[in-house]
Design a protein. Structure first.
Length: 137
């Protein structure tokens, strides 16, 4: 069974780029699924945050939104979390979870090592024509 990382509500709010009171409202309105501890405290599974990662960059002013991205012309960048990396020889397969959907990209093994990409990292899929590239953010 895969171990799930649980986050405190304040930490989850930071990851999503929202305020703590907003996150609490999402919990109360059942927009965000939580696990309640024996003491009655909420913990948020990291996988629950994946549904909202693409929204976090849109909350900042336009001038700040692309600070974490490389300066490139491609605008089709989908933010998600790395769920799987398979390296075989010169090539690597990287799978991202983006809003509950998966996208897979084949990149060089060197690129994965250079980005120090690992399962659980926040990353973006850059889609340009028929190619999908991975950018660690």
């Amino acid at each position: 069974m895969k171990k799930t990382t649980l986050l405190l509500p304040r930490d989850a709010a930071k990851v999503l780029g929202i305020s703590y009171p907003t996150l609490k409202q999402w919990i109360y309105k059942k927009k965000l699924r939580t696990i309640v501890t024996a003491g009655g405290h909420h913990r948020i599974p990291e996988s629950e945050l994946d549904k909202f990662l693409h929204l976090s960059s849109g909350r900042r002013p336009v001038s700040e939104r692309r600070d974490n991205y490389r300066r490139i012309s491609g605008r089709n960048q989908l933010v998600g979390r790395v769920t799987e990396i398979l390296i075989d020889g010169l090539m690597a397969q990287v799978r991202l979870s983006i809003g509950g959907q998966n996208i897979t990209s084949i990149v060089t093994a060197d690129a994965v090592r250079e980005m120090r990409l690992k399962v659980g990292d926040k990353a973006a899929a850059l889609i340009k024509s028929t190619e999908v590239m991975i950018i660690k953010i």
